[in-house]
Design a protein around this ligand. Sequence first.
Ligand SMILES: [Zn+2]
Length: 300
Amino acid sequence: MINRRDFMRLAAVGGGAVFVSGLGRSALAADSTGSVAPGYDEFFFVQLSDMHWGYAGPANPDAANTLKKAVVTVNALEHQPDFIIFTGDLTHTTDDPKERRTRLAGFREIVSELKVKNVRFIPGEHDASLDNGAAFKEFFGPTHYSFDHKGVHFVVVDNVSDPGASIGDAQLDWLKADLLKQANDAPIVVFTHRPLFDLAPKWDWATRDGAKAIALLMPYQNLTVFYGHIHQEHHHQTGHIAHHSAKSLIFPLPAPGSQDKRTPLPWDPAMPNNGLGFREVEAEVKEAQYKITEFPVTRG
Ligand SMILES: [Zn+2]
């Protein structure tokens, strides 16, 4: 079901929409006029992922501009989101701690142009695995935390600061305690960088102790996970829990486990933004449903 407002938005940017639900309940509620009543029960957030600021290479010769173009596109969205979240790999990895900070500062400078000022960040392994998140914390604060917004509880899980790709028992204890404050049917969203399930372990598309995290999430009936890292859309269920990965803003990667190495898909000068993009998520709080609309980097 696509209402008029969605249609206008899609028509404007040529995006595609999918409707998702952790529970398989009926489609998004809309009245007979095709409009959704505005109010407390719905809001939008935007997820951007895997910007890799500082990357230079053939997989994206336009790397100096892609993120800036995405910021312009987000600022032009018809419905400005309540908040924006960057789900990791803000910067491209470097062995040099000074250069890491230069890249984090450059990234922060570019995204300071976003009109929406409620912006949240989580690290990826490119930002955090070489110094256990030290530089990231200097710029953006804690690497795991939770917050509430209009009736939804959001939890950020860090599965990248440990170079072994583990969440670790201390953070798992924190996660358990954080979730215990929620009712079993509370709407909960988890943001993380790597998939919590074994998507393609040979490509580092897994979390070593992700099964422990999923076990802690399972008692919650209305819980959905959004992540990044794999540079493409992917939708997966572990039981009743849906996991949705986002596209990147640097280069697309092949389908999970489809070849020996996870080499970037080649850049196509005729379609320089092909496979790149970000998403807007409309949260239907009462139904704990999330409608995902994918957007390209630039309009037209
Ligand atoms: Zn990553």
